[in-house]
Design a protein around this ligand. Structure first.
Ligand SMILES: [Zn+2]
Length: 680
């Protein structure tokens, strides 16, 4: 049984995260966060929960830790944590600590024997920044005494001394790399019977070694979660990015909630996927949005940090809120004394108001299943390269499928095998984007799903081998490497590059257009179908023998979107709910009881996004949008919530037709049946 987590309650919805990664030279830290300074700044922004600095990647504490191996800055004058506790207590807010887990440079300097050892016998450096890959000794081995002698004693010290309410453990998943220390080697040999772990990423045993590393990390997180829970039940623990989109599979590690700090720029796509995946984890979750960004790489002196326009944060928050998640905002105003800045707090207060206005509509809803995109943990983890447990996870085909389907105005959820297997029959359509290494159990379940009336879309040459000619209605011919062919789309054609193209012919399936050479339409067509749709049992299966969705993740060609839309239209010609909206509107379909919520998120930007301009601001309203829902009973109320404007609607012949003139950032069409609720 998987632990389902814990949270502070529904009203703890919008959080402030503050951290400054204290270092050896910090002296002013905590001198400007007295109760009289901090309380008005927090009140101005009005967060529902607060996370504050405690120990960052340099390993130094912003409190006077008395744990024997603690690193406290020599010139530290004030206990910042004590003051944040006083202020949050005054405002009756839960307080979490930001604590860097695996990445601790100061601990590595004191105890080189605690560090991760690389294949060439060096101590491992930082995961990013100047010391990335250098032998600086900053990452802690999960089997070292670090957990028992430093991390867990400090977490317990923080609970006892400050009565903190939770921990957001930073670094962690993305700071881990394989460790070749004597303890880890011995554990590997004991588990596998192999004399030594592989040293090179092209070794056939590498994926097993990578997964051994992942499981060693899970065991370490489990250990500190259990230590905290044992010491004081009700104190919550989160490990940054654990159990998020890049870490699928049964969420067995007993953290209390799921969270990750999203990319500071170009973050909307990340949130679009996280929301659709985290909402299937069965645990409380949030995503942390940075309050600031820069146009180029992190730390470039000619591209300094600047605050995000509030509309940028609102747009990204809405993508998360629509799926029932919480949101927190990361503030780090680049002064080391611990103060919060009034004008920045005022801007975040605008975001707070936007977020809180959405709680009644967004919380405690469930998906109205339309399209499930499979994000198979078996596929991902069976062929991993690289050392990093997060950055080396290749989910591009899943992202491409989600983005292409969203641009066609469908409701999309992302499920791993753990989440999808028990829920398959709920979804009218299931998409398997280029995941040929899914489990045999998943293949068997998908066959049964189609037989029983489901509609399945498979893409990628290799998936042919997981099913067969009879199921797909497609006879395989030559498989070509690294080819580009034209797909028929809308009024023209679009080029698709694929690492592998399976040329073939339809047998029992219907061919959906033919592949072409160049852009000459009828001229130079090949005899091979671009896609096929086969009827199997009570359902249908569509097959595209190339990397359709990896391409969409990379190129986002509008004509590729049209090709995908036409194919899904064949699988689901008459859906119970259909939205017609511009491609920049994301649709999210939710329900609570028999109330239907059709969320519309406008991804447009008023100032054009360019490679050197990641800001979203002055978002222009976009419309109009029509929503068609099959409803056997006339709804008692249809309303347009959270934004200005009114909805035109009519109901006849079991069909509700609603028209919304425009969406600014995020509005919700609320369709109520039975007794109306006037809260929306
Ligand atoms: Zn080790």
């Amino acid at each position: 049984m998987v632990y389902q987590g814990k949270w502070h309650g529904d009203e703890r919805y919008f959080g402030l995260h503050y951290d400054l990664h204290a270092g050896a030279g910090d002296t002013d830290l905590g001198t400007r966060c007295s109760e009289t300074e901090l309380v008005p700044m927090l009140a101005l922004m009005a967060p529902d929960f607060v996370q504050t600095d405690c120990k960052g990647h340099p390993g130094y504490t912003s409190w006077f830790s008395q744990v024997a191996d603690a690193s406290v800055p020599a010139g530290l004058k004030q206990d910042a944590l004590m003051q944040w506790r006083q202020a949050t207590r005054k405002l009756d807010l839960p307080l979490h600590c930001h604590y860097s887990g695996v990445w601790d440079k100061a601990a590595g300097a004191k105890h080189p024997e605690w560090c991760v050892v690389t294949a060439d016998g060096q101590v491992a450096g930082a995961p990013l920044g100047q010391n990335a890959g250098a032998p600086t000794g900053e990452k802690m081995c999960p089997r070292s005494p670090y957990l028992d002698e430093l991390m867990i004693p400090q977490l317990l010290e923080l609970i006892d001394r400050y009565e903190v309410d939770g921990f957001w453990i930073d670094g962690d998943l993305w700071s881990v790399e394989p460790c070749y220390c004597a303890k880890c080697r011995a554990a590997w040999t004991a588990q596998t019977g192999l004399a030594a772990p592989p040293a090179k990423e092209d070794d056939p045993a590498w994926p097993r070694w990578w997964n051994f590393t992942r499981e060693s990390f899970y065991a370490a997180v489990t250990r500190y979660c259990e230590a905290v829970h044992r010491h004081k039940p009700g104190v919550l623990v989160c490990s940054n990015w654990l159990q998020t989109f890049k870490n699928p599979g049964a969420p067995i590690v007993p953290t209390d909630w799921i969270s990750g700090d999203n990319a500071w720029v170009w973050g909307l796509d990340g949130s679009r996927c996280e929301a659709r995946f985290l909402s299937t984890r069965g645990k409380p979750w949030d995503i942390m949005l940075w309050n600031f960004y820069c146009s180029h790489g992190m730390g470039r002196p000619d591209s300094p940090w600047t605050v995000k326009p509030p509309q940028m944060l609102m747009q990204e928050a809405a993508a998360l809120l629509a799926f029932g998640g919480n949101v927190q905002v990361y503030e780090h105003p680049n002064v080391r004394d611990g103060r919060l800045i009034p004008w920045r707090q005022r801007r975040m207060a605008e975001v707070a108001a936007f977020v809180k206005a959405r709680r009644a509509v967004c919380q405690h809803t469930e998906t109205m299943a339309q399209i499930a995109v499979l994000h198979s943990e078996c596929h991902l983890y069976s062929d991993v390269r690289g050392k990093n447990l997060m950055w080396n996870v290749d989910a591009a085909p899943v992202q491409g499928a989600v983005f292409a389907l969203l641009e066609n105005s469908y409701g999309v959820d992302i499920l791993d095998e753990w989440a999808l297997l028990p829920r398959l029959p709920e979804f009218p359509v299931v998409v398997v984007p280029e995941q040929a290494r899914m489990s045999e159990e998943m293949v068997t379940a998908l066959r049964a799903y189609v037989e029983g009336g489901g509609n399945l879309l498979l893409t990628g040459s290799d998936l042919f081998d997981r099913f067969d000619e009879a199921f797909l209605g497609f006879r395989s011919g030559e498989v070509q490497a690294e080819k580009t062919y034209a797909l028929p789309a809308a009024d023209g054609e679009v080029q698709l590059y694929s690492k592998a193209w399976r040329l073939g012919e339809a047998t029992t399936a219907e061919a959906c257009g033919r592949l072409g050479n160049g852009c000459l339409l009828e001229d130079r067509l090949l005899p091979h179908p671009a896609a096929v749709v086969n009827c199997v049992g009570k359902g249908r299966v569509a097959y595209v023998p190339a990397d359709l969705f990896r391409d969409f993740a990379l190129n986002r060609y509008p004509l590729s979107r049209c090709f995908v839309g036409a194919l899904v239209g064949r699988l689901l010609p008459d859906p119970d709910l259909r939205v017609h909206a511009p491609a920049c509107i994301d649709v999210t379909l939710r329900r609570r009881g028999d109330t239907v919520f059709v969320h519309l998120l406008n991804r447009a930007s008023g100032i054009p996004n360019l490679p050197n301009n990641g800001a979203i601001d002055e978002i222009p309203p976009v419309g109009s949008i029509t929503v068609r829902i099959r409803l056997p009973v006339k709804p008692c109320q249809v309303s347009w919530a959270l934004e200005r404007g009114a909805v035109d609607w009519q109901w006849a012949d079991d069909i509700l037709l609603a028209r919304i003139p425009a969406v600014h950032i995020h509005g919700v069409l609320v369709v109520q049946q039975g007794a109306p609720n006037t809260d929306y």
